[in-house]
Design a protein around this ligand. Structure first.
Ligand code: SF4
Length: 58
């Protein structure tokens, strides 16, 4: 399982970045991007996104 961010929904608001305790998310080319080596899958970024762009993927 991993965290994925839908680039068609992401508006680079940065809310997921603020919510992530692992500092696993950065904005790359205008889209939030997850560093899967840092992500611990706590899911805090999912409800933090105002655009519902973040989800778990099997
Ligand atoms: S699941 Fe947790 S650690 Fe992973 S990117 Fe989201 S907030 Fe950060």
């Amino acid at each position: 399982m991993k965290i994925v961010i839908d680039p068609t929904k992401c508006c680079a608001s940065g809310e997921c970045i603020k919510a992530c305790p692992e500092k696993a998310i950065t904005i790359v080319d205008g889209v939030a991007t997850v560093d899967h080596d840092k992500c611990d899958l706590d899911g805090l970024c999912i409800p933090a996104c105002p655009y519902s762009a973040v989800s778990y993927e099997e």
